[in-house]
Ligand binder design. Structure first.
Ligand code: GLC
Length: 411
């Protein structure tokens, strides 16, 4: 047997069956993210990426709670972990991660025309000190869902909502369900009320304002919602998922959640399909419109990644039109690319998107500062104390403001 022939036979023994796995050539990249709403849609996208690039994607699945994800990410990044290349991050961490040098600026990587297509609010939230550090993957804002079969129109003010919730709740149907557990979601619910009431967390010069009259009114409102029975006591244990579940089971009249909940309400088999209306969050005083928080998640490249180019290719792939369209149709996720709000397939699957785009433009970002996660942790503790009745709203906010002032002053 000739040498060449021997080599061919040897080759046949080790070469795996056709098709040769594409990733064998392109190496691999690791993506940390929470379990996606429809993991099949996600896996299909990742397979397409692997086939197109030859780069294999490993996923690290994170817990659903944003705070638990944050803890894990901080542990990895502070430890200069090299095993994760791309992180799906909550937009509230951009400033902290960028200031710490944990994620790379992406200025030079994203072509200007690609930037122009991104909605202004999510794009702004991906910047820190004028530089782009992440690419928005999907966006969301707070909305009010209501049972239009039981309450014909959405309440115009928060006061009206509380009155209706109390008057119309029944033995089987609670009034208003929101996110009242001690975590970021509770802070979001409080901030939306605070902003609607004309308040602010911090003054431009860094003074802490959240314990002013608007803050006290907002927290008193939340506490009284629970105290008066307008919201069931269970809300103090609810995150997004639990509160939505109550609403989907038909056990609540009103529900605050992010925009993604709409597609779940309308899903086949939903007990409340066809019975739900959606509206902007109510106004505080009937004059100024209510204020919704801006939510959403971005993809960022770890400063400790040894596969930066491969990581960047994955970020581009997952944030481009094709992938965002798949997520919008398959999961009801709001795209961050303006063009998709006029895409006929996206609109057919989500006729409400056109209206939501408006709300997004007015949604407010939580304070953009590297210490936001600390500020939020302090608020979470004190808001929760007020909700369970261990301190009055004013005491809780004063205590939070004192603690926050100690680290704001040091920044
Ligand atoms: C959603 C939002 C995120 C927010 C979180 C609070 O995931 O996208 O921005 O911090 O909810 O629970």
């Amino acid at each position: 047997m000739t040498r060449a022939r021997l080599l061919v036979i040897a080759g046949l023994l080790v070469v795996p069956a056709w098709p040769w796995p594409a990733w064998a050539e392109g190496g691999s990249v690791t993506l940390a993210q929470f379990r996606q709403r429809d993991q099949q849609v996600e896996n299909r996208l990742l397979k397409e990426f692997e086939a197109a690039t030859g780069i294999r994607v490993q996923q690290r699945i994170m817990p659903a709670s944003t705070d638990l994800q944050h803890q894990q990410y901080v542990t990895w990044l502070a430890g200069r972990d090299r095993s994760v290349d791309v992180y799906l991050i909550d937009l509230i961490w951009v400033a902290e991660f960028a200031a710490a040098g944990w994620i790379l600026p992406l200025e030079s990587r994203l072509p200007a025309e690609a930037r122009d297509g991104i909605l202004p609010a999510p794009l702004a939230s991906a910047h820190y000190r004028g530089k782009l550090y992440a690419i928005p993957r999907f966006t969301e804002s707070g909305l009010l869902y209501y049972r239009k079969d039981l309450v014909p129109t959405a309440p115009a003010t928060w006061e009206e909502l509380r009155g209706l919730a109390r008057a119309k709740r029944g033995r089987e149907v609670a009034g208003y369900v929101f996110q009242g557990k001690q975590y970021e979601g509770l802070v979001v619910n409080f901030l939306e009320l605070l902003w609607s009431a004309g308040g602010e967390v911090l003054a431009p010069d860094g003074r802490v304002l959240l314990n002013g009259p608007a803050g006290a009114a907002a927290l008193t409102y939340l506490v009284e919602l629970v105290g008066s029975g307008a919201a069931p006591r269970g809300v103090i244990t609810y995150m997004e998922r639990e509160s939505l579940q109550e609403f989907l089971e038909g056990r609540a009249l009103f529900h605050r959640n992010w925009s993604y909940a709409w597609s779940l309400v309308h899903r086949e088999g939903s007990k409340v399909r066809g019975k739900v209306g959606v509206a902007p969050l109510p106004s505080w005083d009937g004059r100024r419109p209510g204020v919704a928080a801006l939510g959403g998640w971005h993809l960022a490249l770890s400063a400790y990644s040894e596969r930066r180019d491969a990581g960047w290719r994955l970020i581009r792939f997952l944030t481009d039109t094709r992938a965002q369209k798949a997520k919008a149709i398959g999961e009801g996720r709001l795209p961050t690319l303006a063009s998709l709000y006029a895409d006929p397939d996206v609109l057919e699957a989500n006729p409400h998107f056109a209206a939501l785009q408006q709300g997004l433009a007015h949604a407010r970002h939580r304070p953009i500062t590297p210490f936001y996660p600390r500020l939020s942790a302090v608020l979470q503790t004190h808001l929760s104390r007020a909700l369970v009745g261990s301190s009055s709203p004013q005491e809780a906010l004063d205590a939070a403001a004192r603690e926050i002032a100690t680290f704001v002053a040091r920044e």
